[in-house]
Write a protein that binds this ligand. Structure first.
Ligand code: NAP
Ligand code: G3H
Length: 485
């Protein structure tokens, strides 16, 4: 698969008009593995002229793509899904080295993406518009009928983060193209090799030239130019709140879909099954070393629960395997880069210095942060509010359900929350009051299944993802009203 997009000296090209082309910029970005420091490849920092050319090409492709039948569009998605399955092993190995995610999770990311594309194609076929008759509105008439179909928006700029370079690129590209849009993909720089591989999958699946083009280069250098380009009709961004808010501040009358950071709380009540709660909290907080937007990022509970829950958590944490991502059963792997590890270490130091009780972990070797749990974290500590994006979990003690809700809602973020209880009334009382996109009852916070609505409120995002919702977000209704004589 790789032969087209990568050439001599490991220089990866960009997909443009159905071909892999080299940039004229001569500026290369080296992609090193966070696992062992090896050079995996080099991507090109594209020039602004090349960005212009790329976007112009997607606009030309849009003219015929929007007229292509839904049946033909969905066939390409099914084919891409099959190619993902066929190449899952190779893609997962590359991804594992590029973003330091354990091999098993990399394989499941690719397979999940194949399923997502199939489901997207299936769903698109059920979204064929509607016909409305005027007489249901007071004073309306049967002779007025509205035929409502969905129209694509034009060129979608898809910007993905490092932690799911394949899935969070495909979950934008699939719904965008099935709705008839063309796409410019700006992959995360660390993760771009995996995302470019995905682009080749779409290319090999028969996506017509120019329907998907890629732009590599550092977001800090080329991002603003892309996000404010007059040829972009929609921006679908996943990444940090800082960058998402920056993009929102720049965009002018361009619809945005933003999936941003989180500080998901697990609220554990006195009647909860503590074994279930502990298992879910551990999986939620520590898988992929906590580098998930939906990771459990704080526990909020009562003294009586904490005293029983902490020993369960401690034992499970100390059994988590720490190592390299190719090791069987490993959970904790080196973080994506040195800067991220420094940041997490800073949060640990602040919690220690501020008097939190370190239950386990708290150490660092290279960029690996050992899974860490703090008890007695209080609201004056950074760890109570900041998103570590690393394997560090604070436990905050409260004395009432309403105090738990108040602290949960005080966060600037509002992605998800979990509530662990056997009492459905209490679960609903809390869930209704939490200011988040989704509340999970007796489960860890998580995105999937991918056809569920997925959204963040407050600083966690804007707009709704999830297969049907993503298609709706990246298309608009078009009404043709028939007035019968
Ligand atoms: P990030 O630093 O914000 O980067 C995300 C993407 O934005 C990358 O492709 C980056 O390119 C690009 N970018 C940077 N500056 C830009 C600019 N000025 N204009 C346009 N694009 C720009 O985030 P990350 O470190 O990759 O991912 C971690 C964060 O993403 C966490 O906060 C996590 O919670 C969040 N996240 C949220 C969700 C969700 O669904 N809510 C899902 C996954 C991750 P470069 O790589 O070249 O810098
Ligand atoms: O990092 C953000 C992802 O959308 C989270 O997906 O909950 O399936 O790990 P996940």
């Amino acid at each position: 698969m790789f032969t087209n997009l990568c050439c001599k000296n490991k220089i990866y090209k960009n997909l443009y008009n159905g071909h892999w082309i080299e940039s004229n910029s001569n500026k290369l970005i080296e992609i090193f593995s966070p696992v062992d420091g090896s050079l995996l490849g080099k991507v090109q920092a594209m020039t602004t002229e090349e960005v212009d050319m790329t976007i112009k090409n997607t606009k030309e492709a849009f003219i015929s793509w929007k007229e292509t039948s839904l049946s033909d569009r969905t066939e390409i998605l099914y084919k891409a899904a099959d190619l993902l399955d066929e190449n899952s092993e190779e893609m997962a190995t590359l991804m594992m080295m590029e973003i330091s995610k354990d091999k098993k999770s990399c394989v499941s990311e690719v397979v999940r993406t194949a399923d997502l594309l199939r489901f997207t194609a299936d769903t698109a076929k059920t979204m064929q518009g509607e016909a409305l008759v005027g007489d249901s509105f007071p004073g309306g008439s049967k002779s007025k009928m509205s035929f409502v179909s969905r129209e694509p928006l034009g060129t979608v700029l898809a910007i993905a983060p490092f932690n799911y370079p394949v899935n969070l690129s495909a979950s934008k590209i699939g719904p965008a193209i099935v709705a008839g849009n063309t796409v410019v993909l700006k992959p995360p720089t660390q993760g771009s090799l995996s995302a470019l591989y995905l682009a080749e999958i779409f290319n090999k699946a028969g996506l017509p030239a120019g329907v998907l083009n890629t732009v590599t280069g550092r977001g800090s250098e080329i991002g603003d130019y892309l996000a404010t380009h007059p040829g972009i009709n929609f921006i679908n961004f996943t990444g940090s709140t800082e960058v998402g808010q920056h993009i929102a501040s720049l965009s002018k009358m361009i619809p945005l879909l933003l999936e941003l950071g989180g500080k998901d709380a697990a609220i554990v009540l006195e009647d909860a099954n503590l074994e279930t709660a502990a298992t879910n909290i551990i999986n939620g907080a520590y898988s992929y070393s906590g580098q998930r937007c939906t990771a459990v990022k704080r526990i909020i509970t009562f003294d009586s629960v904490a005293d029983k829950l902490i020993p369960l958590l401690k034992e499970k944490i100390e059994n988590l395997k720490v190592g390299n991502p190719d090791e069987e059963g490993v959970v904790i792997t080196p973080l994506i880069d040195n800067k991220s590890a420094d940041y997490v270490e800073g949060l640990i130091k602040d919690a220690k210095d501020s008097g939190a009780t370190l239950i386990t972990g708290g150490t660092r070797k290279g960029n690996t942060i050992y899974p860490t749990l703090f008890d007695n974290v209080t609201t004056d500590m950074r760890l109570a509010w900041e998103e570590p994006f690393g394997p560090v979990l604070p436990l905050i003690r409260v004395s009432s359900i309403d105090e738990a809700i108040e602290i949960a809602n005080k966060s600037e973020y509002g992605l998800q929350s979990s509530v662990f209880t056997q009492d459905i009334d209490k679960a609903f009382y809390i869930a209704k009051k939490l200011e988040v996109g989704t509340v999970q009852v007796n489960n860890k916070t998580e995105r999937g299944p991918d056809h569920f609505p997925f959204l963040g409120v407050k600083s966690s995002g804007m707009g709704t993802q999830g297969i049907k919702y993503s298609i709706e977000s990246m298309s608009r209704p078009k009404a043709i009203v028939l007035n019968l004589k």
